[in-house]
Design a protein around this ligand. Structure first.
Ligand code: TXA
Ligand code: MG
Length: 332
């Protein structure tokens, strides 16, 4: 079922304190808040009406499950029927941090949160404001990225307002997100741990702790509901300007007769003919690239260009997650 509503009107406030944001969450409201990855749109995960509000305000289809955010490992254990030894090791190594674990859910978690799947995605975010919010709200908080479905993820409070002003109750401003791409989603529901979404924690870092993991292939021809990570649609993170990808080492050449923008991970080389250039990092440092990625994509998208040319990232570490986002952003 797809929830679509075009006229959600409410006044979106900018919270003055974390306590104010926590009280709003407690009373069933929708509050966008900062995490280390991207801004999330939070609701009390135990309150089905509020969770339904997330889908409504984002225009998000209900086959796409939500990640539940908790303040610590003990709170995560309460949401699942089994927190395996592998989960314990990962949590000890990487929480708080950009890792979401999919684990067998307790019956009390509504199907709306998990899109009817047997597993629930949980994570402890590594952001002081998010942790304080979770502590004061005293509830698990379901939160997708705080953007309209399919659009570019938000890494500042202003990005949240650009997409959702008037559709959500409040936003808590915690400044720009440090990591800049969403969490890595790892399912422990399968025989071998499986990466459902590459993200802010590199696969190499995970493998250093638990050994080899599989990488799920999301088949665009498969019905979304039948996929293991249903939200991983081939088209996502989309700018309105067409995006064209070139290889990591290719020379960037503008398209004749078109207003072209360029996004590149490191030193640019020859730039004649580009209207606007976003160089994500001075020396191709992938952490800096990730932190700047979505903001750069937004800035190019609002520059009235005919096409954005984006250079692929080296396929290691965070480059894997960034290439995943690029591929989906280019899909039309
Ligand atoms: O960094 C992040 O993960 C951010 C911040 C706010 O925490 N959240 C985020 O949520 O990116 P969202 O809804 O935009 O993406 C979550 C994705 C889903 O689309 C789905 O692919 C996967 O995580 N996911 C969540 N729960 C799942 C579950 N129970 N089973 C399988 N996949 C799940
Ligand atoms: Mg998202």
């Amino acid at each position: 079922m797809t929830v679509h509503r075009t006229t959600v009107v409410c006044k979106t406030i900018v919270c003055k304190t974390i306590a104010e944001a926590a009280n709003l969450l407690k009373s069933g409201r929708l509050v966008a808040f900062p995490t280390e990855t991207v801004y999330g749109l939070g609701a009390d995960a135990r309150n089905s009406r509020s969770v339904a509000g997330i889908f409504e305000s984002k225009q998000r289809p209900t086959f796409d499950p939500l990640i539940v955010h908790v303040v610590d490992v003990a709170s995560a254990r309460e949401l699942v029927t089994e927190f395996s030894p592998i989960a314990e090791r990962l949590a000890a190594a990487f929480w708080p941090g950009p890792l979401t674990l999919v684990l067998p859910k307790i019956a009390e978690i509504s199907d709306l949160v998990t899109a009817g799947l047997p597993g629930v995605g949980v994570r402890v975010p590594n952001h002081p404001a998010a942790l304080e919010l979770l502590r004061l709200a005293e509830c698990p908080v379901a939160a997708p990225s705080a953007n309209l479905f399919g659009r570019i993820s938000p890494t500042t409070a202003q990005h949240v307002l650009d997409g959702l002003n008037g559709r959500i109750d409040a936003v808590l401003d915690g400044g720009p997100c440090g990591v800049g791409v969403e969490s890595t989603v790892l399912s422990l529901m399968t025989e071998e741990p499986m990466i459902l979404r590459p993200g802010g924690l590199s696969i190499e870092d995970i493998e250093a702790v638990i050994g080899p993991v599989q990488l799920a292939t999301t088949d665009p021809n498969k019905d979304a509901a039948a996929q293991m990570a249903p939200g991983m649609l081939s088209r996502h993170y989309s700018p309105t300007t067409p995006l064209s990808i070139i290889e990591a080492t290719s020379k960037a050449i503008p398209v004749a007769g078109q207003k072209c923008g360029l996004m590149t991970y490191g030193p640019v080389g020859v730039t004649i003919g580009f209207q606007k250039i976003e160089q994500l990092a001075e020396f191709s440092d992938l952490k800096t690239c990730a932190a700047n990625f979505f903001a750069a994509l937004r800035s190019l998208d609002s520059a009235d260009l005919d096409v954005i040319i984006a250079r692929k990232f080296p396929p290691i570490g965070l480059g894997i997650a960034l290439n995943d986002r690029l591929k989906r952003a280019a899909c039309r």
